[in-house]
Write a protein that binds this ligand. Structure first.
Ligand code: ACO
Length: 333
């Protein structure tokens, strides 16, 4: 693909709320165990919001950290893109709420709702706005406050132990150096929407939410765990190959693999299938659980800040989630 100009990541940031929930804490709320959660998913703890905090409050902190790293102020931004499946309100999108919290006047903002693949979709959109010449500096945020919609009882344990709250952000800008974001591969397959979804409230079926919906627990997230697991492994392997081919790269050319943090076991299977050395795979799901659209930018920020990712390194990012959606992308740091 020929672009008019290259785009780089100018800064990264992340944020989690202060309240830490260890696996042991969940044992007092539901019939679960630290051992079950660790064995199945690799998760040891996650963070939950408290009080009047919502998704955009997490996003604003991650955005400020990314702006600081990029040595920019919010006023430098031309566009705000917000990837989330857990918005502050049904409408307007959380991007508008974040735009206001950053004290931006009439800078455009948009939401991307592609669940765990949302950050990669959003980054691709941001990149194209810059490479086309329309904008110079774009904030891309992935943020989630899952905890308010989780069923923290034994009935909801298969889903609720997995998810955490958090936010990650990057600033994109035009690049005249070797540091640049390469091409993305994006996919979705809506026929599997009901394998992992939060069905209600919603307009499908002609009502927003009714008593039967509550009785049938349609207002809590539902996941066919094993089904999703198998699809995730297959599609992630495919999208690694596709993205690398698109960018004329091989597995050996990549210095770091940042996969969506849904389950340590999924990423281990992908790595084993593709012969990726374990030292090239980074993980933080142990600390934060599955933060959906926030997971990749959170992991990216940690890897940048602890200097695992160095100038010139090639980094692959890959995600799979509800929709189903899946995506891959590569950048040179
Ligand atoms: N604590 C203790 N026991 C539990 C818990 C829990 N929290 N949850 C379920 N169990 C029980 C089940 O009831 C079941 O019991 P049974 O055998 O008596 O029926 C048993 O544990 C095994 O349950 P499975 O669902 O078969 O467990 P599995 O090994 O498949 O692990 C998991 C479940 C971790 C959810 C796994 O399937 C997975 O990671 N799936 C994919 C997740 C994913 O990738 N999601 C996509 C991204 S998220 C997004 O897009 C929003």
């Amino acid at each position: 693909m020929n672009h008019l100009r290259h785009v780089k990541i100018a800064g990264t940031g992340m944020y989690v709320p202060p309240k830490k929930i260890d696996n042991k804490d969940l044992e007092s709320l539901m019939d679960t165990s630290d051992e079950w959660i660790r064995q199945r998913s690799g998760i040891e703890s996650r963070y939950h919001i408290e009080g009047a905090v919502g998704t955009s409050d997490l996003a604003v902190e991650a955005a400020k950290n990314a702006l600081k790293a990029a040595q920019m102020s919010a006023q430098d931004l031309d566009l705000v893109i917000f990837a989330t499946l857990s918005p502050d309100h049904q409408f307007p999108g959380s991007s508008a709420i974040l735009q206001a919290k950053l004290n931006l006047d009439t800078v455009p903002s948009m939401d991307i709702k592609c669940q765990c693949s949302g950050f990669l979709y959003a980054m691709n959109v941001g990149k194209l706005f810059i490479s086309s010449g329309q904008y110079e500096k774009v904030l891309v945020v992935g943020a989630e406050a899952h905890s308010p919609v989780l069923d923290m009882t034994t009935e909801g344990r298969d889903v609720s132990v997995l998810f955490g709250d958090g936010a990650g952000a990057v600033i994109l800008e035009a690049s005249d150096s070797e540091s640049r974001v390469l091409d993305f591969a994006l996919h979705s397959q809506g026929e599997f929407a009901d394998k992992l979804w939060l069905e209600k409230p919603g307009t499908a079926g002609g009502n927003w939410i009714n008593e039967t919906d509550y009785k049938e627990r349609r207002h809590f997230p539902y996941m066919e765990g094993r089904y999703v697991f198998k699809h995730a492994v297959t599609r992630l392997v495919e999208v690694v190959n596709e993205t690398l081919e698109l960018n004329q790269l091989k597995v050996d050319d990549i210095d770091h693999f940042l996969f969506h943090q849904a389950n340590l076991r999924i990423n281990e299977k992908v790595a084993a299938t593709m012969g990726i050395p374990s030292e090239k795979i980074h993980s933080n799901i142990m600390k934060y659980g599955n933060c959906s659209a926030a997971s990749i930018p959170m992991l990216l920020d940690e890897c940048v800040r602890n200097e695992k990712i160095k100038t010139g390194d090639k980094v692959f990012m890959g995600a799979f989630g509800a929709g189903f959606t899946w995506a891959g992308g590569v950048f040179v740091w």
